[in-house]
Design a protein around this ligand. Structure first.
Ligand code: G
Ligand code: G
Ligand code: MN
Ligand code: NA
Length: 256
C-alpha cells in the first residue's frame, strides 16, 4: 500500500506511541525529566524506528498531526510527573521538532493547546531543534521561535556542533539548552578532539547561561567525564533506554 496512507492510518488506529528516555541531573543523580521519542508499533512488522517514517511524515505534512499527538502526550505525561513529585525537582519534558514544525505557524497553536489542555507549566516543556533546521528558513524559524518563547516554553539545540550553522546567528536566538551529541560523548577519553569540543560547548553554554545535556551516556566512565566537564544533565543507556509512560512515571516518582 501507499506508505503515506499507511502512516496516516497507523496514526488513526493508535499504532503510534511515545516512549520516554529519562534525563538525569548529574549533580544529584536523580531523574529530572525525559525526552519524548515517537514509536510506531506495526501490528505485523513490530517496531518501526522513527527514521523510517519521520522523513515521510515531513514530506507529506503528516508530521503536523504526529507532532501534535507527541506534544499532547508529552505534556500530559509531564503533568503527571509534576503532580506526583517533590516541588523542588525541576522536572521537564523535551520534544523533538522537525523542519516543517519549526516553520509552520500551526505549531504555535499546537503547543499552546497542549499546554492549556494539560495545565502544564510552559517552562517544563523544552522543544528540541537541530541547527540545520534553524538555518533552513531563518525568517519563518525566527518568527515561530519568538512566538513559542512568548508562550514560556524553552528551546534546546539538539546534536549541537554537528549541524551546519553559524554561531553568530545561533546566539541571537532565545535558547535555553544545548545537547552534546552522542558522537562527542562517545569519544571522551579516547579522542582528544572530543574532549576539546565538549569542553568548548559546555563553556559556551555557561557563558550564554544555557543548560547542557550530554547524550548517549553508556558507561560510568562517560558519566564521570561529562560531569567533570560541567554538563548539567545526561541521558543514555547507562541510566535508561527509552521506556513507556508508566515506567518513566514510576522512575520519576521514585517508585522504582
Ligand atoms: O530512538 P530514536 O530512534 O528514537 O530516535 C531517532 C530519531 O528520531 C532522533 O533523531 C529523534 O530526534 C527523532 N524523533 C524521535 N521522536 C520524534 C518526534 O516525535 N518528532 C520528530 N520530529 N522527531 C523525532
Ligand atoms: O537525534 P536525537 O538526539 O533526538 O535522538 C536520540 C536517539 O538516541 C534516539 O534514537 C535514542 O534511542 C538514542 N539513544 C539514546 N541514548 C542512547 C545511548 O546511550 N546510546 C545509543 N547508541 N543511542 C542512544
Ligand atoms: Mn533529541
Ligand atoms: Na540528539
Amino acid at each position: 500500500p501507499d506508505p503515506a496512507a499507511e502512516l496516516a492510518a497507523a496514526l488513526d488506529r493508535g499504532e503510534l506511541t511515545v516512549a520516554y528516555q529519562p534525563l538525569v541531573d548529574l549533580r544529584t543523580g536523580s531523574p529530572t525529566g525525559a525526552e519524548a521519542l515517537v514509536r510506531w508499533q506495526h501490528p505485523t512488522e513490530g517496531n518501526r524506528p522513527p527514521d523510517t517514517f519521520i522523513p515521510l511524515a515531513e514530506e507529506t505534512g503528516l508530521i503536523m498531526e504526529i507532532g501534535e499527538f507527541v506534544l499532547r502526550d508529552a505534556c500530559r505525561q509531564a503533568a503527571r510527573w509534576v503532580g506526583s513529585a517533590d516541588d523542588s525537582v525541576p522536572l521537564m519534558v523535551t520534544v523533538n521538532l522537525s523542519a516543517r514544525q519549526v516553520t509552520d505557524p500551526r505549531t504555535v497553536d499546537a503547543v499552546r493547546a497542549a499546554l492549556t489542555e494539560t495545565d502544564l507549566d510552559p517552562h517544563r516543556l523544552v522543544l528540541e531543534i537541530t541547527e540545520t533546521v534553524l538555518m533552513q528558513d531563518r525568517e519563518a524559524a525566527a518568527t515561530n521561535l519568538g512566538k513559542l518563547k512568548a508562550l514560556g516554553v524553552r528551546i534546546a539545540i539538539d546534536d549541537f556542533g554537528t549541524g551546519y550553522s553559524s554561531l553568530a546567528y545561533l546566539s541571537r536566538f532565545p535558547l535555553d539548552m544545548l545537547k552534546v551529541p552522542r558522537e562527542f560523548v562517545d569519544g571522551l577519553g579516547r579522542d582528544a578532539n572530543a574532549d576539546i569540543v565538549t569542553r568548548a560547548i559546555v563553556e559556551l553554554a555557561g557563558a550564554l547561561g544555557l543548560l547542557t545535556v550530554a547524550e548517549g551516556v553508556e558507561t560510568d566512565e562517560q558519566r564521570r567525564h561529562v560531569a567533570e566537564l560541567g554538563c548539567d544533565l545526561a541521558q543514555g543507556y547507562l541510566f535508561s533506554r527509552p521506556v513507556d509512560a508508566e515506567t518513566v512515571l514510576a522512575l520519576m516518582t521514585g517508585l522504582d
